[in-house]
Design a binder for this molecule. Structure first.
Ligand SMILES: CC(C)(COP(=O)(O)OP(=O)(O)OC[C@H]1O[C@@H](n2cnc3c(N)ncnc32)[C@H](O)[C@@H]1OP(=O)(O)O)[C@@H](O)C(=O)NCCC(=O)NCCS
Length: 158
């Protein structure tokens, strides 16, 4: 059974391994990344029978009064991709962000994520959640590749 909950210290090894598998083999940076995901920012993890199969992390940009949020990492373990877990995780993440702002009485203005143009699955996923491309950035993370700045606006609703 799939469960999605805020990440706690018990997810630390998941985030360390996620970093090592995607960004390089620096153990110290992987540990800092895990701490940033769990303690500095806010993450949700999806579990199946107590095994973490994916996670997503969001962060408040500037102060909470800016209403601006970045989703800055998300991944699902390879063997669990294409089964709807990523989509579910984004839905829960948006609910988490919305209730976080609502509880504190601050309006949410915009949620954004930067996705590389070639990441068709990521782009489909966020487009299906009402994100749209607000800007494109050539040579941003990768030379000769376009990064797309996907946003979901809330300011019209507030
Ligand atoms: C991007 C990622 C998180 C998606 O997770 P996932 O669990 O595989 O995604 P889902 O099964 O929920 O599918 C999400 C959407 O992508 C699309 N999709 C899924 N598999 C696809 C495929 N093989 N080809 C094209 N589109 C696909 C579908 O539109 C789907 O939405 P829908 O079924 O509601 O129409 C996952 O592929 C991953 O971890 N990738 C590597 C890390 C990464 O790219 N992170 C950045 C994310 S922006």
């Amino acid at each position: 059974m799939t469960d999605i909950q805020p990440a706690t210290e018990s997810a630390r090894s998941y985030f360390i391994n996620d970093y090592l598998s995607r960004y390089g083999s620096f153990q110290d940076l992987a540990e800092q990344y895990a701490d940033a995901c769990i303690f500095t920012n806010r993450s949700l993890v999806a579990t199946i029978n107590d095994k973490i199969i994916g996670g997503i992390t969001w962060s408040i940009k500037e102060g909470i009064n800016s209403g601006l949020v970045e989703i800055f990492q998300m991944s699902i373990l390879k063997e669990y991709r294409g089964k709807g877990y990523g989509s579910l995780l984004v839905e829960k993440c948006l609910q988490d962000i919305e209730s976080f702002y609502c509880l504190r009485g601050y309006p949410l203005q915009r949620v954004y994520i930067i996705i590389t143009e070639s990441n068709i699955i990521g782009r489909n996923l966020y487009r299906n959640k009402d994100f749209y491309v607000a800007a494109s950035l050539m040579n941003h993370r990768f030379v000769n590749q376009m990064d797309l700045f996907y946003v979901k606006d809330y300011f019209i609703k507030n």
